[in-house]
Structure formats: structure tokens, C-alpha cells
Design a protein around this ligand. Structure first.
Ligand code: C2E
Ligand code: C2E
Length: 179
């Protein structure tokens, strides 16, 4: 028997996240929790979660400005001095490929440490830990992150981001000579 409402519900459950990019800490936790509890998604193959700690001297909200996900369902949050990403349907062996698509610089230049979870149980356990982090330890993104998601002077060649240098003359606004 054809029951449109039930089919609609079923279809909506098969769809991966409709979110992309930065999410507030609690929204991120809820979204990943929902994916983990979706019985229609493949067990232990829903995606990869990775927590990245920026190199000394770089704040996590600055690292976030370099994080430019393209795929719908790729979400991230910042807090507790970490950038945490969930890459929908990414396989563990493809993590570096995905990160190369997402960051315009080698991730080793931006982050000094990373932790990875890819089985439902591990991801769920980490989300429980993350949900216990109180709001005073969540980090607000810099205003620039909420603006247009554009890569300046960088081109994706199908494998990774490349930046092409542009020549600039070092003169001041009055047309003076370089110092
Ligand atoms: P989407 O999944 O939201 O991905 C948006 C864009 O992110 C893609 O635009 C592409 O530029 C980039 N992207 C996402 N995943 C990958 C990947 O694994 N490798 C590479 N090299 N780039 C990736 P694009 O290509 O115009 O695709 C637009 C939409 O069409 C995608 O949105 C997706 O819904 C669908 N699509 C395209 N190709 C495929 C595919 O091979 N498999 C699946 N399942 N969907 C695809
Ligand atoms: P996959 O999702 O099975 O995609 C396999 C290949 O199909 C990709 O190889 C790419 O050539 C093509 N493809 C898939 N989706 C798209 C799309 O939306 N647009 C375009 N233009 N091509 C697409 P690739 O790029 O070497 O990626 C290998 C694997 O790395 C992917 O396997 C996926 O598991 C992971 N991956 C790569 N980029 C992303 C990403 O932006 N987000 C996530 N979540 N995973 C990614």
C-alpha cells in the first residue's frame, strides 16, 4: 500500500546531513548523534570524526578560517582548543584526501596533533564526552568565518588547493619608490 507520509519519513532518514560548515558546539554534537542513531545508514561506515589541535601560536578560531568544506554533510565546530570535524561518508583511508580538499594548506602546517574516530561506538562515546563540555569552553568563530566562503587566489586542480603568486609592486599610495 502506498503511504506517502511514511515514504517521506523514510526518504528523509536516508539522506545524510543537510548541514555544511561551522556549527555551534551543541548543534554539532546533536547532528553527529542523529547520524549515529540513524538505523538506515551503514554500521561503522557513516563517516570519520577528527579532532585537530592547532600548532602553537595559532588559535583555533584562526584555524577555522582556513577550513573550507565543499561537500554537504561535512561539518565542524570549535572549542576546548580543538577543531572537530565530521566528514560524512568519508572512509578512514580517504581522510587525508578529504582534508586536502578542505584546507588550502597542508594540515601539518596548521595542526600539530589529531585524533580520529570512525566506528559508531567510538564516535558516539566521543560525542558523549563533547556534550559534557560546558558553554564557557566553546569558542566563537571570528566574524570573517561567517562571511562568504571564498578561497583567495587559490585554485583547486582536482587533487588539492594551489596558490598562484601574483606580482605586486611595492610602492605606497602616493606613488613613491620602494624603501
Ligand atoms: P556535494 O556532495 O555537496 O559536494 C559539493 C562539491 O564538493 C562538489 O561539487 C565537489 O566540488 C566537492 N566534492 C565533494 N566530494 C568530493 C570528493 O569526494 N572528491 C572531490 N574531488 N570533490 C568533492 P560537484 O562536483 O559539482 O558536485 C555537486 C553535487 O553532485 C555533490 O554535492 C553531490 O551531491 C553530487 N555528486 C557529484 N559527483 C558525485 C559522486 O561521484 N558521487 C556522489 N554520491 N554524488 C556526487
Ligand atoms: P568517494 O566519496 O567514494 O568518492 C570517490 C571518487 O568519486 C572521488 O575521489 C571523486 O573522484 C569522485 N567524487 C565523489 N563525489 C564527488 C563530487 O561530489 N564531485 C566530484 N567532482 N567528484 C566526486 P577523490 O576525490 O579522490 O576522493 C576519494 C575519497 O575521499 C572519497 O570517496 C571520500 O571518501 C573522500 N573525500 C574526498 N573529498 C571529500 C570531501 O570533501 N568530504 C568528504 N566527506 N569526503 C571526501
Amino acid at each position: 500500500r502506498y503511504v506517502p507520509e511514511e515514504i517521506g519519513t523514510l526518504l528523509s532518514m536516508t539522506q545524510p546531513l543537510k548541514l555544511r560548515g561551522y556549527q555551534k558546539w551543541d548543534i554539532f554534537c546533536k547532528a553527529v548523534h542523529n547520524i549515529m542513531n540513524n538505523p538506515l545508514l551503514p554500521a561503522d561506515n557513516k563517516g570519520v570524526m577528527v579532532a585537530l589541535r592547532p600548532v602553537p601560536g595559532l588559535r583555533v578560531e584562526q584555524a577555522l578560517t582556513l577550513c573550507r568544506p565543499n561537500r554537504l554533510g561535512d561539518i565542524m565546530t570549535i572549542g576546548d582548543n580543538r577543531l572537530v570535524m565530521f566528514l560524512t561518508f568519508c572512509r578512514i583511508n580517504d581522510l587525508d584526501t578529504a582534508l586536502n580538499h578542505i584546507f588550502p594548506l597542508p594540515t601539518g602546517d596548521i595542526f600539530s596533533n589529531r585524533m580520529i574516530w570512525f566506528e559508531d561506538k567510538q564516535i558516539t562515546a566521543e560525542i558523549v564526552e563533547m556534550s559534557a563540555v560546558t558553554a564557557d569552553r566553546w569558542t566563537a568563530p571570528l566574524p570573517v568565518t561567517t562571511e562568504k566562503n571564498e578561497v583567495m587566489n587559490a585554485v583547486h586542480d582536482g587533487r588539492s588547493w594551489r596558490r598562484y603568486p601574483e606580482p605586486h609592486r611595492l610602492t605606497d599610495a602616493q606613488g613613491g619608490q620602494p624603501q
